[in-house]
Design a protein around this ligand. Structure first.
Ligand code: FAD
Ligand code: SF4
Length: 400
């Protein structure tokens, strides 16, 4: 006689229906966990209910970041950092397609049986559609950012049910934090996590407002990025590029556009991924790679022969620009376009570059977000802001 295994207790929990208020309320980033029976663990797992970056770093990487070492403080636990680009970029990828290329190799080399990634719906190129990709074509269909909150973890139930044992998950910080918290419950033999940095995400509605206030042709935008030259680059359907200086953004109208979750997030650099692929610590046109642990190194090795690489570098001093950005954002100051363009040109010439640009972006977002949490959720401030973020914010003078 065989005894049936009792179901894990989480399988008795019930996913929330779409649109129902989530446990993290307005701070919910729609990471997808609560769309599954893993909602059972939400109080512990949700990045906005239980910030536990240091504890999960220790479990995942064998240690938490050393606050006395500047690169650790800013970029998290890592073995290596570099700038890289694909020798043959993948057409239509966000940058050169390193993320998609790694995922394809991991699958075709048999290191994993499936890849959690996010495609878009047929009706809307910005509406996220998380999937477990099992072919290179399905991975490629997920290339390019969906600059909207995306419930990547909504496929977690399918993992357990389909019996997959080796999996790669691609995701942003809040998704990965919740994933790490339930990792041991997924019944996997091996999990690889490939992360991207993430900041200033928006709801689908918020995205519309951003495009309409900022782009000359909102309906033809295919993708956009806030780039190292202090401009937003919009790519349009016809292949043309439109640039708008950061300092010319209509801050007063855009103040409420970013999701409250992203205004309260201090995990810009995806601290808990095995490997992080972004752009902000690299020269213009290059991607920035942070290898956090051995699994991350193994992933990177799969595409090494497809990449040009160079060491990371750092130039300039961000601090004054960050300090000036604090009251400007707070008061919603918008410069006239000619002044914004001029400022963009000057700062591009003399401003922070490489890792110093990454620090500029981290500092300006952490100070802004610290003020946001202090004003909107003062009761959460102490526990929700990680120690490394408090150190970073302490370098600046903040308004009350
Ligand atoms: P591609 O090969 O095009 O693959 C992109 C992958 O991202 C796909 O596999 C897809 O599944 C996944 N993805 C797309 N949208 C989402 C989403 N909403 N949630 C989870 N996964 C998603 N990098 C920085 O250095 N600084 C930043 O400030 C920064 N901001 C970002 C903001 C957002 C909202 C996002 C999604 C990413 C951001 N990144 C940032 C990362 C960067 O834009 C690129 O995604 C990264 O460099 C990978 O480029 P690629 O060409 O290798 O990716
Ligand atoms: Fe649930 Fe994720 Fe929202 Fe937290 S952020 S309430 S875990 S869906």
């Amino acid at each position: 006689m065989t005894l049936a295994h009792p179901h894990p207790s989480h399988q008795k929990a019930k996913a929330l229906r779409p649109g129902a208020r989530r446990p993290a309320k307005e701070l919910c980033s729609e990471c997808g966990l609560c769309d599954t029976y893993y909602i059972h663990y939400v109080k512990e797992a949700c990045a906005f209910l239980n910030q536990q970056v240091a504890e999960l770093e220790a479990v995942t990487h064998g240690r938490s970041r050393n606050l006395e070492v500047s690169d650790d403080l800013y970029f998290g636990v890592h073995q290596d950092m570099m700038a890289a680009r694909k020798q043959q970029p993948i057409a239509g990828a966000q940058w050169t397609g390193i993320v998609s290329a790694i995922a394809i190799e991991m699958l075709t080399q048999g290191l994993v049986e499936g890849v959690v990634c996010v495609q878009n719906t047929a009706a809307d190129r910005f509406q996220p559609l998380p999937v477990i990709a099992k072919t290179p074509e399905e991975i490629l269909a997920a290339r390019v950012n969906k600059p909207t909150l995306s419930p990547n973890l909504s496929v977690l139930e399918q993992i357990e049910q389909s019996g997959l044992k080796r999996l790669l998950v691609i995701g942003v910080g809040c998704q990965i934090q919740a994933l790490r918290a339930v990792e041991q419950k997924l019944g996997l033999e091996k999990l690889y996590v490939l992360g991207t940095p993430c900041v200033d995400n928006v709801t689908r509605q918020g995205l519309q407002k951003f495009l309409e206030t900022t782009s000359r042709s909102p309906e033809t935008v295919v993708h956009y990025e806030f780039m190292q030259d202090f401009r937003v680059h919009f790519k349009h359907e016809d292949g043309s590029t439109e640039t708008v200086p950061f300092f010319g953004l209509k801050t007063n109208q855009l103040k409420d556009v970013f999701a409250p979750s992203c205004m309260s997030c201090f995990d810009y650099v995806n601290s808990l991924a095995d490997l992080v692929v972004g752009y902000m610590g690299a020269p213009f046109g290059w991607q920035w790679i942070v290898v956090r642990n051995d699994r991350g190194r193994e992933m990177l090795e799969q595409v090494q022969n497809q990449l040009d690489t160079q060491p990371v570098s750092s130039q300039g001093d961000r601090r004054q620009a960050v300090q000036q950005s604090i009251p400007a954002y707070d008061k919603g100051v918008t410069l006239p376009m000619w002044a914004a363009k001029l400022m963009g040109i000057v700062i591009e010439k003399i401003g922070p570059k490489g890792l110093e640009y990454a620090r500029f972006s981290i500092d300006s977002h952490f100070t802004r977000n610290y003020l946001y949490v202090k004003r909107h959720h003062p009761e959460k401030l102490e526990a929700h802001v990680p120690a490394y973020a408090k150190r970073i914010v302490e370098q600046y003078q903040l308004p009350d």
